[in-house]
Design a protein around this ligand. Structure first.
Ligand code: HEM
Length: 528
C-alpha cells in the first residue's frame, strides 16, 4: 500500500494534472468575479501593446487595419496601440447604443502631442474637453452660424467663390476647348479652403493664384500655414503611443509643431486685429459679417461662458477650428464623388441629365436647385457610405467606466468607430461593396439622412459631439459637385479607371494619388 501511494505521488504526470486542475479552478473563480471585456486582438506586450501584430504593421490606413481585425474579432474588440487602450466598434447597433444611451460617456477627445501644441491650450472647439465652455461654443455656433436661417443669409459666399473657381477652370480650357487638370484633388482642396476662409474670416485664398503681388504672397502664406497646421494636427506621433520616446523628439516633429504654431498664431492674430479695427469703425455691423465678426461680438457679451480663456484666444482658436475642420472634409467628399462617378460613367451621365432637366443649360445651378436634384443627392449619400471622409470619425475618449454591448469599457479607453466597415455591413445594405447610388432612391433607404440620426449612414458622427458644420458641409458639397458636373464634361485621361485607394495619412480619408482629368465646357461662354 505504502509503495502504491508513493508511486502515485511521485509520478510527475499526476502532479502536473493536479496542478493544471487547481489553476483552472482558480482562474474560473477569479474570472467569474471579473467584468466581461471585449475580445482582445492578441497578447499585449509591455510598451508596444499590439503594435507588433501583422495586421497593425505597414503603411496602410488605420481603418483598413481595423477592418482586417474586425473580420477576425467581430464588431467590438480591444486593441492597444502602444500605451493607448482603444475599443473599435463596427456595428450599427453598438454605435446607436453609444451615441444615444451612452453619449455622456464619450463627449471627450483624447489628448495628443499635436493638440497640446496646436489647439490653443484646448480652447479649440474640435478638441476642447466637454466643459460648460465647450457647450457654450457649440450652442453659439449652432444658432449663430450653422442654422438653416444663418446659411440662407450667407448664401452669397459659396455662390461667388464657386463662380470664381469655375471661371478659373474655364479659362484653362479657353482656346483649346478642353484642359488637362493634373491634380483635381488640389483644385478641390483650394476651393474648400477658399469657401471656409471667406465664411469664417472674410478672406479668400483664390484658387491657384500664382501672381507675384503682395496680396497673392499673403494668400500663399495662409494656405501653407493651414496645410502645415492640418498636417501636423493629425500627425500620428510615436511618442503618443509610446510616451517614453517623447524626450527624444524623433524626426524633430515636436520642434516643427512649435514652429508651425508660431506662424499660425502670427497670422491669426493679424486677422483678429483687422476684425477688431473693423468693429471699431462700425463696418462689421453694417457690412458683410463673417464668423469672426459674430464671435468677436459674442465673447464680449456678459453671458458668454469663456472657461477662463482670454476672449481673443477663444476667437482665434474657434476660427482656426472652423477653417480647419470645414475645408478638407468638404473637398475630400467631392474628390471621392467625382472619382466614383468617373469609374461609373453611366451614373455620371445620369447626374448630368438630371441637371439638364431640372436646371437646363441656360443658367447656372444655385442653392435653391439642390432639393430638386434627387439623383445628385443619392450620389452624395453613396459617396458618404463607400468613402466616408472620416473613416474612423474623430476619436473620442470614455470619461468614465461604461458598458457597451454588455462589455465593460474602462475610463480612459479611446473610442474608434470604424465607419469604413460599418457602412459596408451586408446586413444593412445588399451588395455593400457595389457602388449603386440608386439604392438611396428605394423606399427602404430614401429617408436615410446622413446628419447623425440614422446609424446606417452617419459621416458627420452622432450625438452631442457630432459635426456642428454638417448643414454647411452638405450644402457646399452638393453645390460644388453640381456646378462642376453642370459646367463641364469630365473624363479621365485615356479613359483609364481612377485609382480608389485611400492615403494612409491623416484623420481625413484623402485619395492616395492625384486625380488627373480632362474637362471641356458644356455651357455657353457667357455663363462662366
Ligand atoms: C462634408 C463635410 C464635413 C464632414 C464629412 C465632417 C465630418 C465631421 C466629423 C466626422 C466630425 C467628428 C464628429 C464626432 O466626433 O462624432 C466633425 C467634427 C467637427 N466638424 Fe465637421 N465635417 C464636415 C464639414 C464641416 C464644416 C463645414 C465645419 C465648419 C464650418 C465643420 C466643423 C467641425 C467641428 C468644429 C468639429 C468638432 C466638433 C466638436 O468636437 O465638438 N465640419 N466633422
Amino acid at each position: 500500500m505504502e509503495f502504491f501511494l508513493n508511486s502515485i505521488f511521485e509520478t510527475p504526470i499526476i502532479i502536473g494534472v493536479l496542478l493544471v486542475i487547481t489553476i483552472l479552478i482558480w482562474l474560473k473563480i477569479n474570472n467569474s468575479n471579473r467584468l466581461k471585456t471585449p475580445p482582445e486582438v492578441g497578447f499585449a506586450l509591455p510598451i508596444i501593446g499590439h503594435l507588433y501584430l501583422k495586421e497593425l504593421r505597414g503603411r496602410k490606413p488605420l481603418f483598413i487595419k481595423f477592418t482586417k481585425l474586425a473580420e477576425k474579432f467581430g464588431p467590438i474588440y480591444n486593441v492597444r496601440l502602444g500605451s493607448i487602450r482603444g475599443v473599435v466598434i463596427s456595428s450599427s447597433e453598438l454605435a446607436r447604443e453609444i451615441f444615444t444611451a451612452k453619449d455622456n460617456y464619450v463627449l471627450a477627445r483624447p489628448k495628443s502631442l499635436a493638440t497640446g501644441h496646436l489647439a490653443y491650450s484646448y480652447a479649440n472647439l474640435g478638441v476642447a474637453p466637454p466643459t460648460p465652455y465647450w457647450k457654450w461654443l457649440r450652442k453659439f455656433t449652432a444658432v449663430g452660424f450653422f442654422s438653416h436661417r444663418a446659411l440662407d443669409m450667407a448664401k452669397n459666399v459659396p455662390a461667388t467663390e464657386i463662380k470664381l473657381s469655375i471661371r478659373y477652370l474655364y479659362d484653362l480650357c479657353n482656346d483649346k476647348g478642353s484642359a488637362r487638370i493634373a491634380d483635381m484633388q488640389q483644385w478641390l482642396l483650394d476651393i474648400g479652403l477658399n469657401l471656409m476662409m471667406r465664411t469664417v474670416v472674410g478672406k479668400s485664398t483664390a484658387t491657384s493664384d500664382d501672381a507675384d503681388d503682395e496680396e497673392a504672397r499673403e494668400r500663399r502664406k495662409w494656405k501653407k500655414m493651414m496645410d502645415d497646421t492640418m498636417r501636423m494636427l493629425f500627425l500620428p506621433v510615436l511618442s503618443d503611443s509610446i510616451p517614453v520616446l517623447k524626450p527624444l523628439d524623433i524626426g524633430g516633429v515636436e520642434k516643427e509643431m512649435i514652429q508651425v504654431k508660431k506662424v499660425m498664431d502670427e497670422i491669426v492674430e493679424e486677422w483678429l486685429k483687422e476684425h477688431i479695427q473693423k468693429k471699431a469703425n462700425g463696418i462689421a455691423v453694417d457690412g458683410e459679417r463673417d464668423f469672426m465678426d459674430l464671435l468677436l461680438a459674442a465673447v464680449e457679451d456678459g453671458d458668454a461662458e469663456l472657461g477662463g480663456y482670454h476672449p481673443h484666444m477663444v476667437v482665434k482658436a474657434t476660427c482656426m477650428s472652423m477653417v480647419g475642420a470645414g475645408s478638407d472634409t468638404t473637398s475630400v467628399v467631392i474628390v471621392w464623388a467625382l472619382s466614383l462617378l468617373l469609374n461609373h460613367r453611366a451614373e455620371l451621365e445620369k447626374v448630368q441629365r438630371e441637371l439638364d432637366n431640372v436646371v437646363g443649360r441656360g443658367r447656372r445651378v444655385d442653392i435653391s436647385d439642390i432639393n430638386k436634384l434627387d439623383y445628385l443627392q443619392a450620389v452624395v449619400k453613396e459617396t458618404f457610405r463607400i468613402r466616408p471622409p472620416g473613416a474612423l470619425l474623430v476619436p473620442r475618449e470614455f470619461t468614465d467606466d461604461c458598458t457597451v454591448g454588455g462589455y465593460h469599457i474602462p475610463k480612459g479607453t479611446m473610442l474608434f468607430i470604424n465607419l469604413w466597415k460599418l457602412q459596408k455591413d451586408p446586413n444593412l445594405y445588399p451588395d455593400p461593396n457595389v457602388y449603386r447610388p440608386a439604392r438611396f432612391l428605394e423606399p427602404k433607404y430614401k429617408d436615410i439622412d446622413p446628419r447623425g440620426r440614422h446609424f446606417e449612414l452617419f459621416p458627420f458622427g452622432a450625438g452631442r459631439r457630432s459635426c456642428p458644420g454638417l448643414n454647411l458641409g452638405i450644402q457646399n458639397v452638393h453645390l460644388i459637385l453640381a456646378n462642376l458636373l453642370h459646367s463641364f464634361d469630365i473624363s479621365t485621361i485615356d479613359n483609364k479607371l481612377v485609382d480608389l485607394n485611400a492615403s494612409p495619412d491623416g484623420v481625413i480619408t484623402r485619395k492616395a494619388t492625384p486625380l488627373e482629368i480632362r474637362i471641356s465646357p458644356r455651357l455657353s461662354p457667357d455663363l462662366y
